[in-house]
Design a protein around this ligand. Structure first.
Ligand SMILES: C[S@@+](CC[C@H](N)C(=O)[O-])C[C@H]1O[C@@H](n2cnc3c(N)ncnc32)[C@H](O)[C@@H]1O
Length: 266
């Protein structure tokens, strides 16, 4: 018979989340629990009740809040971005030698085209996807100014791409994943649209303690650890996962914790 009283590890396992995620939950929410002596205990029944009492409003509103935020800041995104990071992510992408003149590249969470516009002349076609139509308007305006005519923009959720299975050679995503509540969903979608042998280039925030980003920039995650990223991509079936956690290559101007880059293959 299943035990009714659970310790911390068992409770995390019961929710099917890592212990780290569970501890975060305990800090941020009122999960029914009692400290007995030095240890916390949970009951299955109370955990189920607590879980069932929630609703999905928080999920959908966080998505639409993110869209509204980026719609609003779109005209000034370039100068905002300049305050946070420079062109080192673009240099990192070029150094990977992944770009090929006959390829179709998807830029996820493309924004005003920081990556799309930098690489468009080196590939056949860029598909820039973003949930914010205003960001993509900026992208189209700037691409026209730069004389680029091979970038197609699509307003869509990165977790539900209107693209065919196995239709893309390379997916790039700079500063996109930390806006996604369930990164595994976006990673699964990346894998679905990639051709066999297709590659992914990811650049995002390393795990950091700056809550301000969450509140001010609508980040869903305070960056990621190497283990989290490796585990998600491995579970999703990617191979040759290569992470570069050295801040020197891709740094955040306002945060010493910096940026990591990752490449992986389907
Ligand atoms: C921090 S900005 C980065 C933009 C661009 N990649 C850059 O480096 O300048 C994050 C972008 O991801 C987009 N985004 C957030 N959630 C998204 C989602 N669920 N699907 C698609 N795009 C999303 C935002 O609208 C925004 O343009």
């Amino acid at each position: 018979m299943d035990k009714e009283i659970l310790n911390m590890e068992e409770a995390a396992e019961f929710f099917n989340v890592s212990i780290k995620t569970f501890i975060k939950l305990l800090k941020e929410e009122k999960v029914p629990a009692r400290k007995i002596g030095r240890e916390w205990r949970f009951t299955r029944q109370a955990l189920i009740q607590w879980l069932s009492a929630g609703d999905s409003q928080q999920y959908s509103s966080s998505d639409s809040d993110t869209k509204e935020f980026f719609d609003r800041v779109a005209p000034e995104w370039e100068s905002m971005r300049d305050g946070y990071y420079d062109d080192s992510v673009i240099r990192s992408l070029l150094e990977t030698k992944l770009l090929k003149s006959d390829m179709t590249l998807v830029d996820l969470g493309a924004g005003d085209g920081y990556l799309s516009r930098a690489v468009a002349s080196q590939v056949d076609k860029v598909i820039a996807v973003d949930i914010s139509g205003e960001m993509l308007k900026e992208l189209n305006k700037k691409a026209a100014q730069d004389g680029l005519d091979n970038i197609r923009t699509i307003i869509a959720d990165g977790c539900d791409l209107p693209l065919e299975d196995e239709s893309v050679d390379l997916v790039c995503a700079n500063m996109f994943l930390h806006h996604i509540e369930e990164p595994a969903l976006a990673i699964r979608e990346i894998r679905r649209v990639l051709k066999r042998g297709g590659k992914v280039f990811l650049a995002d925030l390393k795990e950091h303690g700056n809550r301000e980003f969450k509140e001010r920039m609508h980040d869903a995650w305070q960056g990621f650890s190497q283990n989290e990223i490796k585990e998600w991509f491995t579970k999703c079936g990617f191979r040759n996962i290569s992470l570069d956690m050295s801040s020197k290559k891709a740094a955040l101007k306002k945060n010493d914790d910096g940026i990591f880059t990752m490449t992986a293959e389907k």
